[in-house]
Design a protein around this ligand. Structure first.
Ligand SMILES: *Cc1c(COP(=O)(O)O)cnc(C)c1O
Length: 384
């Protein structure tokens, strides 16, 4: 771990943590160690770094992990082949048959599916709760509750949960607090500093930032948990390849500047939507009337690039809008430099239909990119 980087600011660490020029060649950028295995000097004689086989560890991945740990302020980071792989291994480390989880009532659709359709088959129970209501979370705790799973802001309704208040609830219940920090990123919000035990990411989104790689990460300062994660990941094999690790590491270097621009653009788009006669409600934690605004202002540096809104005319009007924008590409995912638009009810959150997590059918979600904001606003207004 490059401890010396911890005295530097976020953007310096994003560029340098875990990344020394290569001692042999001077390569300024960490090479893509595209190799499955490493030569040994005699049986068990591993060379510098102790690399053996790339499922267990790979130098490009190590650089990414050191950078991620530094940015989240954790002692350990593990990179995964996807955000869901990170969630899967985190769950396997935290719960056993007969245990119970508290999850957000508007959790990411894939997370809900993993808990509701997969872990339930192994006897793991769950209760969806509106996490902005701390008393409701406390009331949902059972003697067998092993983890409170937090997303803030949530997807797609941009609900806000008070991380430090939920950390207190978890501590009292001797449960772990897991925070999916995908929407906020470590530039805007530091869950470990607020008392979380584990921070999760879909690095596919803002951390990679260019919609060109799928990946995930789990960060923790708990040595025992980190060891469990590493054991399970090596046992199950859900690792990112060297090139995917390198792409994510490259994305991280500009995270700070991108997040500021995403936030600037989102704020301007929100102003335009709030004034529009066909918009019935705008969900953005930066709005003073958002019920989570105060908590968000306390725990986030800015409010990020995700915006959701409902439209007059119901589901059909929402679907029509999604199909008429030109700069906003109709696609799932989020957090890339380019703007995306989608209909959560029919796309990312289709798996929640009929459940407590179902989203409004007139809802549209935007991932506001870093293009010229005037062009984005014109595109959206033209699509109404
Ligand atoms: C996308 C996403 C995930 C899942 O990550 P993948 O990289 O797609 O596997 C988990 N949580 C949130 C909040 C997400 O947006």
């Amino acid at each position: 771990m490059t401890d010396h980087t911890d005295r530097f600011g976020f953007e310096t660490r994003a560029i340098h943590a875990g990344q020394e020029p290569d001692p042999r060649t001077g390569s300024v950028i960490v090479p893509i160690y595209q190799t499955s295995t490493f030569a040994q000097d005699g049986v068990g004689g591993l060379r510098a770094g102790g690399y053996e086989y790339s499922r267990t560890a790979n130098p490009t991945r190590t650089a990414l992990e050191e950078c991620l740990a530094s940015l989240e302020g954790g002692r350990h980071a593990l990179a995964f082949s996807s955000g869901m792989a990170a969630s899967d291994i985190t769950l396997r480390a935290l719960v056993r048959p007969g245990d119970h989880l508290v999850i957000p009532d508007d959790a990411y659709g894939g997370t809900f599916r993993l808990v509701d359709k997969v872990f339930s088959q192994w006897g793991v129970e769950h209760t969806p709760v509106h996490l902005s209501d701390v008393d409701a979370v406390r009331a949902a705790i059972r003697p067998n509750t092993k983890a409170i799973w937090v997303e803030t802001p949530t997807n797609p309704l941009l609900g806000i949960a008070d991380i430090s208040a939920l950390a207190d609830v978890a501590r009292q219940a001797q449960a772990r607090l897991v925070v999916d920090n995908t929407f906020a990123t470590p530039y805007l919000q530091s869950p470990l500093g607020l008392g979380a035990d584990v921070v999760l990411h879909s690095t596919t989104k803002y951390l990679g930032g260019h919609s060109d790689v799928v990946g995930g990460a789990a960060i923790t300062s708990d040595d025992e948990l980190a060891e469990k994660f590493a054991f399970l990941r090596n046992a199950a094999g859900s690792v990112p390849g060297p090139f995917d690790s390198w792409l994510t590491l490259r994305g991280l270097k500009t995270l700070g500047v991108r997040m500021d621009r995403h936030s600037d653009n989102a704020e301007r788009v929100v102003q335009a939507l709030v004034k529009h006669p066909k918009v019935t409600k705008v969900y953005y934690p930066g709005l003073p009337e958002h019920p989570g605004h105060e908590v968000a202002a306390k725990q986030m540096r800015r409010f990020g690039g995700m915006v959701s809104f409902t439209v007059a005319g119901g589901e059909q009007a929402a679907l029509d809008l999604c199909s008429r924008t030109k700069l906003f590409t109709l696609a799932e995912s989020l957090g890339g430099i380019e703007s995306l638009i989608e209909h959560p009810g029919k796309m990312t959150h289709a798996s929640t239909a009929g459940s407590a997590l179902q989203v409004p059918d007139d809802l549209v979600r935007l991932s506001v990119g870093i293009e010229d904001v005037e062009d984005l606003i014109e595109d959206l207004l033209g699509a109404f």
